[in-house]
Design a protein around this ligand. Structure first.
Ligand SMILES: *Cc1c(COP(=O)(O)O)cnc(C)c1O
Length: 424
């Protein structure tokens, strides 16, 4: 049975057990009883899939994984301790020493640092390109490239990457495309339907939706052909797991090669597992994903329209604004809305931006996005204050830039708070 988004968000993966519990049970356990030694041996040899130890899997986490895989139209998913670990495990589940990644330059700060400073220490080189010019991805590909990586809506100017064009390049070169869809969620776009091979979410943002915890998830389409010899990690016997060749020895489980390897190699041995409590909490959030995203998008559109005609505002970026540079691509990619993020410039520059933030009453001043509550930050005086104005400008952070993550409050109250703070 193939259900639509809101139905999947409420039902997929849930099994009513002998207790009859309607909500998904929270399994707070470290380990699971084997039925007998044969059962135990089968689990360890992958002849049978099942629970062994919660670092590897947990029944609550399993429901979350099935649900998000279904929301994205993927074959399988793996939930992890954070969006950050989901990104790291994706890279090291494909690339090893000597391999290259081609990535968008406007990545989330933590991801950018991982790619720029940490991956090179492991012998993985990242070439950064402008996501608005897909040809740059193609030009940066070499015979060592094993992964293309981008976000769909990027920070801080909310530029929209044309993943239709980027995935064509990935296919032409037999390289997987991984996209971080945290800002879009499956409500706005299902990247696998646009040719992406892997979708990553920070569950900490709109998916969980309430600013209550940290988690991440990786969804695999199950369609990428890992048996191409250039993917060494899939074609050579894996010394860390029974000398399995993940692209060759899995039989019926072959379409799950990517997620199985991530579970059995990085997760099993590096250990960034999601806690069952957080998996349970994210399931509660995801139940209302469609309702919340509808309101996030509707409110953000109204805020962008309002700011655009406000005398104290010098510029606004929102992918849904008629004259936004991202509007054409957004209209092709997003069917139901343009997301919850709005950025704008306050007339009067850095001082004015800081004054605006200091005068907000309802809207929370903090470094997060995707909460049900409206959030604001002034990057020039906070997250990016250690950079020179020149370096800030290179990253698109102008001194007047204010970033809003629009929540699901009543729109009149959001607009009133913005107006009184702009007045101050
Ligand atoms: C927050 C975020 C991350 C990192 O996720 P954590 O759950 O905080 O580790 C990665 N990418 C994007 C786009 C994010 O917004």
């Amino acid at each position: 049975m193939s259900y639509k988004l809101n139905t999947i968000a409420l039902h997929t993966g849930a099994v009513i057990d002998e207790t009859g519990s309607r909500s998904v049970p929270l399994h707070r356990t470290t380990a699971y009883m084997f039925k007998n030694t044969e059962h135990a041996a089968n689990l360890f040899a992958l002849k049978e899939l099942g629970n062994i130890y919660t670092r590897l899997q947990n029944p609550t986490q399993d429901v979350l994984e099935q649900r998000v895989a279904a929301l994205e139209g993927g074959a399988a998913a793996l939930a992890l301790a954070s969006g950050t670990s989901a990104i790291f495990y994706t890279v090291i589940n494909i690339c090893g020493k000597g391999d290259e990644v081609v990535a968008a330059v406007n990545l989330y700060g933590g991801t950018f640092t991982m790619f720029k400073n940490i991956l090179p220490e492991l012998g993985i080189t990242v070439k950064f390109v402008d996501p608005l010019d897909p040809v740059e991805f193609e030009n940066a590909i070499s015979d060592k490239t094993r992964l293309l990586y981008t976000e769909i809506i990027g920070n801080p100017t909310l530029d929209v990457a044309d993943i239709d064009a980027i995935s064509e390049i990935a296919k032409r070169n037999s390289i997987p495309l991984a996209v971080d869809s945290t800002f879009t969620t499956p409500y706005m776009i299902r990247p696998l339907e646009h040719g992406a091979d892997i979708v990553i979410h920070s569950l900490s943002k709109w998916m969980g939706g309430h600013g209550t915890g940290i988690g991440g998830i990786v969804v695999d389409s199950g369609k990428f052909d890992w048996s191409n010899e250039k993917f060494r990690l899939y074609n050579e016997p894996d010394g860390s797991y029974h000398n399995i060749r993940f692209a060759r020895d899995l039989g019926d489980l072959n379409p799950l090669a990517f997620i199985l390897r991530m579970r059995l190699v990085p997760l099993r041995n590096l250990g960034a597992c999601i806690s069952p409590d957080n998996a349970w909490m994210f399931l509660q959030g995801i139940e209302t994903l469609g309702l919340r995203m509808e309101r996030h998008c509707e409110n953000a559109m109204k805020v962008a329209d309002h700011l655009e005609s406000h005398p104290k505002v010098s510029w606004v970026r929102y992918p849904g604004l008629k004259n936004d540079p991202g509007k054409t691509v957004s209209d092709r990619l997003f069917k139901k809305g343009y997301g919850g993020m709005v950025v704008f410039g306050v007339k009067g520059g850095k001082e004015a931006g800081a004054t605006f933030i200091n005068n907000l009453k309802l809207i929370s001043h903090l470094a997060n996005v995707g909460d049900a509550k409206t959030l604001a930050i002034h990057p020039a005086s906070t997250t990016h204050s250690q950079l020179t104005e020149k370096d800030q400008a290179a990253g698109g952070i102008t001194p007047d830039l204010v970033r809003l993550s629009i929540g699901i409050e009543d729109i009149d109250d959001i607009l009133s708070d913005i107006d009184q703070a702009l007045q101050a």
